[in-house]
Design a protein around this ligand. Sequence first.
Ligand code: PRP
Length: 201
Amino acid sequence: MENLTFSLSKGRLTDDVIKIFDKINMKTNIDSSRKLVFECNKNKFFLSKPSDVPTFVEYGTADIGIVGKDTILEEKRNVYEILDLKIGKCIMAVAGNKDISGYDFLRVATKYPNIAKDYFDKINKKVEIIKLNGSVELGCIVGLADVIVDIVESGKTLKENNLYVIEKICDLSARIIVNKASLNVKHEKIWELINKIKSII
Ligand code: PRP
């Protein structure tokens, strides 16, 4: 397997993704330094903020990206989503600390404005979406918003802040995405890799 460029999410998923490469005996040379680009056997691996992975893949800077479904839905980039890696499983949910069933209009705090907008459009609920960049739970706690739209993994953050899931929006997990032109040009290499990964998940 040679000459593929990978864009990988820096953060929660990184260790699990490295384990997948280990299992298929693909060396990456990724270490815990502050370096951003690693090379091994002519393959390149670069680590970025998750939200930038689909951008690198759409523009062909990377042939392949590994990133959460949340980021794929939010970024709406023009890439192929090829495989569910079944790691980093969690849900996207509407959460809060009060019954909102009688509300005609909601203020929604979220790091995922597109996902929130798509969801509330679908259920015909009028909302004002307020973008936050982290610790989204605060939006509800301090009264900035009626509800939040956020990732729930263990549920610990919600619980410790007296919040609960009001509605699940969708299941999430890490996915492999591929640049559209790369899938044509490097068809064999990419499918060989995907099939190897498929066999170990
Ligand atoms: C995410 C998410 C929740 C938390 C959920 O935040 O936004 O806050 O994890 O995980 P849990 O259900 O296991 O408690 P993250 O830690 O990525 O950081 P952030 O708050 O800065 O976005």
